[in-house]
Each structure stands twice: as structure tokens, then as C-alpha cells.
Design a protein around this ligand. Sequence first.
Ligand SMILES: CC(C)(COP(=O)(O)OP(=O)(O)OC[C@H]1O[C@@H](n2cnc3c(N)ncnc32)[C@H](O)[C@@H]1OP(=O)(O)O)[C@@H](O)C(=O)NCCC(=O)NCCS
Length: 199
Amino acid sequence: MICVRRARPGDAAAIGAVHVATWRNVYAGVLPEEYLAGLSPMRHAVGYERAIADRRHGHAMFVAVASGADAPPGRPGGEGGTIVGFVSGGRGRRPGLCGEAPAGSGEVETLYLLDDYRDRGLGRRLMRAMAAHLAAVGCRSVVLWVLRDNPTRWFYQRLGGRAAARETIQFAGRQVEQTAFLWDPIDVLLTATATAPER
Ligand SMILES: CC(C)(COP(=O)(O)OP(=O)(O)OC[C@H]1O[C@@H](n2cnc3c(N)ncnc32)[C@H](O)[C@@H]1OP(=O)(O)O)[C@@H](O)C(=O)NCCC(=O)NCCS
């Protein structure tokens, strides 16, 4: 069984481990090798511990937890299961792409799933949890920034996101281009994720 639930303080270490494993995979060849090799699950766990506790600006994190026959081999994860993915977000951190105040626009900040748990409908379920939360805290649209070379950006198009802006940022010592996907109104995302079956 795989369930999606709100993240708890004790989840930070597992979230840090998922972050590092997915970044090394997805961003190989996109970000510098030394940067990826130097990623530390423990350091990220500290950041995620703060993120889980942070309830300002409508911030929230949700995790996908696998247990029983769905748990990773050799890691049944005990009674609580094993964290295999997560999503985080909150009210926008900068003025919305539609010109509204930041608070009117929600932002999905992270979304990562371990390799073996992709293509089973979990990304959609995590996006659903975040979209429902953002709608509940008053967001009327949702934005998500993704690196241009991220191979999974098509996923967001599949969920009805529209490429609405582009910018170049300095990251890990490299100039990288990122694209903003926009769901405006937020109902576009709520509808696209309404049926989020487990495959
Ligand atoms: C991107 C990610 C979250 C998608 O989650 P997922 O569980 O694999 O996707 P789902 O199974 O929920 O798929 C939802 C829909 O998107 C489609 N889809 C998923 N990945 C796709 C891709 N790479 N290209 C095209 N369509 C894709 C699926 O076919 C499905 O559509 P359908 O149900 O209408 O057939 C996941 O693959 C992941 O974590 N990737 C690595 C980390 C990453 O890059 N995160 C994004 C950083 S911004």
C-alpha cells in the first residue's frame, strides 16, 4: 500500500535521502558532477526538518509512504512504512505570473519520487494533495519552476500546466535556464489530478 499524508518532523531524514537519490539521477549531466557527489542527505534533512515545521505563508509538505508489499525490498520501513516521495509548497514567494499579489498565487517548490515509484500515479497524487492544500489556503493559481533540461517537465504539461515564463539562474556554479509552469486558475490542476488512481 502507498499512502500520501502530511509530513511529520520525524520524516526529515528519509526526505533528505530521497532528495539526494533523485537529484543524483535526474540532474546527472545537467548539474556539475562534483555538486551532485557532494550532496549530503544529513544536511538536506536539517533543511527539511525546518520546512516541515514551517507553517508560515501556507507552507506544507506531503509524503508518499510505501508499506507492506509496496515497500522497497529489504526496507519494510517498520510500522510507519518507507518514504518514497514528497512534495512541498506554499503561497507564492514572489509576485504571481498573472500579476496578482504573491499570496494569491501558490507555488509547488519540490516534487520528487524514487525511481522505482515513478509511473504509478504517485506524482499525480502528491500534486493533488498540494493543489487541494493550496486551494484551501486561498491560492487562485499555482506555479512550479523546473529546470529546462529536466526530462520530466512533460509531466507538468500532462497535468495541464502551461509554460508561462523562463529565466536564467546561477545554480551550483552554472547558468541554468528554468521554466515556470502555470495552472491558472488552480481548478485546472485540481481537475487534472481529481482522479489520482494508484497503478
Ligand atoms: C516527475 C514525477 C514527480 C512524476 O511522477 P510519476 O508518479 O512518475 O507520474 P504519474 O505516474 O503520476 O503520471 C501522471 C501522468 O503524467 C504522465 N507522465 C509522467 N511522466 C512523464 C514523462 N516523463 N513524459 C510524459 N508524460 C509523463 C503519465 O503518463 C501520466 O499520465 P496519464 O495518467 O494520463 O497516462 C516523477 O517522475 C519524479 O519524481 N521524477 C524525478 C524527480 C523530478 O524530476 N522531479 C521534478 C522536479 S521539478
